[in-house]
Design a binder for this molecule. Structure first.
Ligand code: GCO
Length: 457
């Protein structure tokens, strides 16, 4: 009997030592924000301020994998969205009014190739006109080639779940690149590959609404294969162009920092969501497979940062069941997950290991009443400024988003815009905290910090 007691005691000691080691190696930083001067900001000359959007979320009138899924699942329809496809010139004036120097947007494959091999030159010309307009305004265009949406015919072939479909994706990317790369230098091949695969193939909340870990891992590998193919081809076509991936880095922290189970779930999700992707980019091997061309296939890394998830034994099987938890002192955003600006620095440190420049391609908060956004922007910009001071090569910050838009499975309930949108009238109204870069009026609101002639929140 006593030997069982001895064995149990030994096991407890081993687990305690393991958890103690994890606690030391993976600290969950929290700052005393009340004692930080958020006005103590500095950014290098040439640092670019911008905003980001995505075609399916703003253009309107699209028929693709997402519009099909919205109908199949009875979700709120994206429908007219922000009618950006007709209002884009007015929207680009909003960019100029904000004084941004960079604008990240995606092109919509289903517009350009509604049927296999059938290319719509008229729609392509509109994107070309958009690029010309941005350049004429002195705004750097950054184009995302795949931001969650693609043609119905490609989805019906299996999309990224079948590697035999990757040549379709490659030829689409090459066609767009050949049309725009004389004026567009910066490209994101794929937006948030982990979100796309986890939401579409594990949680089933994005198209095609599947649920399977092995299937998810296959999609993750194919997304990296697709990126690598596109990177190698486009780099060969115009070597001076800069290509990257807009990588969502969500952090996973154990709900209880003494629970071995919570730690186990946190480390597994951290590996699946972040570690396996970075390993693929640095070694060319991901989730047990060799990914040809993936090693060193980034000229920059796009970082999309929002929050951390607190993990426990319960593995969420659907967003609706995903109960966003927070630390007692943390403030929840309207999306449900907490504002956790400290995690931004952890995410920056993580992608810095790739050894390439960082472009912040998304950061923002769902906040219809604009009550949390000023503090959210101040804290996150302070974190970026501190990271730059400590040597991180961060080139830009793109706030998500220019205006309220279609928030995927959440429809229009989440308001991320620097501009509020009345979807009945399509009126855009600059939110008080939306004066990310401004020259005058927001100063009257007591917001903002003067950065040598340019004022930011
Ligand atoms: C994503 C996408 C954006 C979202 C934004 C707010 O992360 O899902 O890149 O399309 O709208 O992040 O959730």
């Amino acid at each position: 009997m006593w030997h069982w007691a001895a064995a149990a005691s030994s096991l407890v000691i081993v687990i305690f030592l393991l958890v103690s080691r994890l606690r030391r190696r993976h600290p969950e930083t929290h700052y005393d924000w009340g004692n930080i001067d958020l006005g103590d900001l500095s950014f290098p000359s040439g640092f670019l301020w911008g905003t980001a959007t995505a075609a399916h979320q703003i253009e309107g009138g699209l028929t693709n994998n997402w519009s099909d899924f919205e109908e199949d699942r009875g979700l709120e329809r994206s429908g007219a969205a922000c009618e950006h496809w007709t209002l884009w010139r007015d929207d680009f004036q909003l960019l100029s009014d904000l004084g941004v120097g960079s604008y990240r947007f995606s092109v919509e494959w289903s517009r350009l190739e509604p049927e296999p091999g059938s290319w719509d030159e008229g729609e392509m010309r509109v994107y070309s006109d958009m690029v010309d307009d941005l350049v004429s305004r002195g705004i750097r265009p950054m184009v995302t080639l795949h931001h969650f949406s693609h043609p119905t015919w490609w989805e019906e072939r299996g999309g990224f779940a079948d590697r035999r479909n990757l040549p379709d994706f490659l030829s689409y990317c090459e066609r767009v690149f050949d049309e725009l790369s004389d004026r567009v230098e910066y490209w994101c091949t794929i937006n948030e590959p982990t979100v796309f695969s986890a939401m579409g193939y594990t949680l089933g909340q994005f198209p095609p609404g599947k649920r399977g870990i092995r299937l998810t891992m296959r999609v993750m590998r194919n997304l990296m294969r697709g990126h690598a193919m596109v990177y190698r081809s486009l780099k060969g076509r115009r070597p001076e162009c800069q290509l990257g991936v807009a990588k969502n880095v969500t952090l996973f922290d154990p709900a209880s920092r003494w629970s071995p189970v919570d730690w186990l779930v946190a480390r597994i999700l951290e590996w699946l969501w972040n570690g396996s992707w970075r390993k693929g980019m640095t070694t060319g091997r991901m989730l047990g497979s060799r990914i040809p061309g993936a090693k060193d296939s980034l000229d920059f890394v796009g970082l999309n940062y929002y929050t951390h998830f607190l993990t426990g034994l319960f593995l969420p099987t659907a967003t609706k069941e995903l109960q966003f938890a927070k630390r007692e002192h943390e403030v929840a955003t309207e999306f449900g997950y907490p504002m956790y600006a400290e995690g931004f620095r952890r995410a920056i440190d993580f992608v810095s290991e790739l050894g390439v420049p960082i472009e912040i391609t998304e950061n923002g908060v769902a906040d219809a009443e604009d009550t949390l956004r000023p503090e959210h922007i101040r804290r996150h910009l302070w974190v970026v400024s501190e990271a730059i001071k400590e040597g991180h090569d961060i080139r830009s910050y793109h706030h998500w988003s220019l205006m309220d838009n279609f928030e995927w499975a959440e429809g229009y309930s989440m308001r991320f815009g620097l501009h509020a949108v009345d979807f009945q009238t399509q009126e855009r109204a600059l939110r008080k905290s939306g004066c990310l870069l401004y020259t005058s009026d927001a100063a009257d609101e007591g917001l903002g910090v003067d950065l040598g002639g340019r004022r930011i929140i």
